[in-house]
Design a protein around this ligand. Structure first.
Ligand SMILES: NC(=O)c1ccc[n+]([C@@H]2O[C@H](COP(=O)([O-])OP(=O)(O)OC[C@H]3O[C@@H](n4cnc5c(N)ncnc54)[C@H](O)[C@@H]3O)[C@@H](O)[C@H]2O)c1
Ligand SMILES: CC(C)CCC[C@@H](C)[C@H]1CC[C@H]2C3=C(CC[C@]12C)[C@@]1(C)CC[C@H](O)[C@@H](C(=O)O)[C@@H]1CC3
Length: 345
């Protein structure tokens, strides 16, 4: 029988707290006076006020020791989106999330905040100012997105006021900032290999890129507004910088900031998408004989050549959300944080 933790207790758990977003979230929670139980399959740092628990989130017993005396859980663990391992995504994002929910119920946790993704509604075609009532993608662009959809449904459906278990999902989009292992490093790697000379499409497509501190702010607001009488229970919330920018302008600002040339030559979107599909097919056919990871996957081409920006009006209205760091400032801080990725470094 679960012992309920005192509501308002400032002890919380961050599942996936060793990752990019997780660590920024942990640091802000500590600033705000929380003590943190961090659960992850790997340890990437140590901090006073953080107790580290190493384990796989599919293991309920391991989770239970991390959730002891915890009233609030943030779940921001996931395999890397660039992986194409369907079984891993299903095991961690679907079965693992069921295990997280069960462990929360067993441990008497009262609030669960999931890091979902705005991509749960993205099918590779334009989304302009998308609101949370858009249907989930019927044809998700990859296994990552497919399993993020199932994960979000599981968490939101688990919201149960009579049982005193409240859930909410945050859907960020295109998170960037210091220590991001994905966006800036991939971009610089492509630039160093001479692959960032081209703009896919006419270059006018608007996209959301969200500075990591704004995403953290959205998570903490959601946790602190999650009460039985609040409209946010069991709902998803887009969290963005609220400043859509042309995809290629964002890429150019980061590249130029790090000393590389901005892309200049235009290529037709359908041609590049077709080539990326062909390449993907070839790597799939040849994967038993050779391993090769193309830079331009169909998913990346779709993200680079379409509109995908989302409304965060609902978060403003229900959570009092407002970005705390502007896009300009976020880009400047990010560029300054990667001296080792500068041209010639
Ligand atoms: N980065 C983005 O642009 C972005 C955008 C929208 C949503 N998200 C979501 O935000 C969350 C955090 O993403 P991130 O960019 O910080 O990724 P990240 O890879 O840096 O962090 C994920 C963490 O999860 C941990 N993890 C993976 N499998 C685990 C398992 N089986 N058990 C325990 N821990 C496990 C990893 O070790 C890692 O520390 C993810 O849920 C992701 O889907 C990310
Ligand atoms: C080689 C270039 C054409 C592009 C190099 C940059 C890309 C690596 C990033 C640009 C947009 C990014 C992005 C994601 C991964 C990295 C990029 C493709 C996500 C798919 C990561 C997972 C998140 O859930 C998605 C989200 O909804 O925010 C990201 C969308 C943007």
């Amino acid at each position: 029988m679960a012992t309920r933790v005192r509501p308002g207790s400032k002890r919380c758990a961050v599942i996936g707290g060793s990752g990019f977003l997780g660590r920024h979230l942990v640091e802000k929670l500590l600033d705000r006076g929380y003590s943190v139980s961090l659960f992850d399959i790997r340890q990437s740092y140590e901090l006073p006020g953080v107790t580290f628990h190493q384990g796989d989130l599919c293991d309920k017993q391991a989770l239970l020791s991390a959730l002891k005396d915890v009233s609030l859980v943030f779940h921001c663990a996931s395999p890397a989106p660039s992986s194409d391992d369907r079984l891993l995504f299903e095991r961690v994002n679907i079965q693992g999330t069921q295990t997280v929910i069960q462990a929360c119920l067993d441990a008497g946790v009262q609030k669960l905040v999931l890091t979902s993704s705005a991509s749960v509604v993205f099918e590779g075609t334009d989304v302009k100012n998308g609101k949370e009532d858009l249907p989930y993608a019927k044809k998700p662009i990859d296994y990552y997105t497919q399993t993020k959809i199932e994960q979000e449904k599981l968490v939101l459906e688990a919201c149960n006021k009579p049982k005193g278990f409240l859930t909410v999902a945050i859907r960020p989009h295109g998170i960037f900032g210091p220590r991001d292992p994905q966006l800036v490093p991939t971009l610089v790697d492509a630039a160093r290999r001479g692959k960032m000379k081209f703009i896919i499409g006419d270059g006018t497509n608007l996209v959301d890129f969200t500075y990591v501190e704004n995403v953290v702010h959205g998570h903490i607001l959601a946790a602190e507004h999650l009460r039985a009488d609040s409209p946010i229970c069991g709902k998803p919330y887009h969290i963005t910088n609220d400043e859509p920018i042309r995809f290629w302008d964002f890429m150019s600002e980061v590249l130029v900031g790090l000393g590389y040339a901005a892309p200049r030559f235009h290529l037709p979107y359908t041609l590049v998408y077709g080539l990326a599909l062909l390449l993907w097919l070839l790597t799939w056919i040849l994967h038993p004989f050779m391993s090769f990871k193309p830079t331009f996957t169909p998913m990346r081409v779709a993200l680079a050549g379409t509109y995908h920006y989302y409304s965060c009006e609902r978060a403003k209205e229900h959570l009092g959300y407002k970005p705390v760091v502007s896009l300009k400032e976020g880009i400047a801080r990010t560029v300054a944080s990667y001296p080792h990725l500068r041209r010639g470094a």
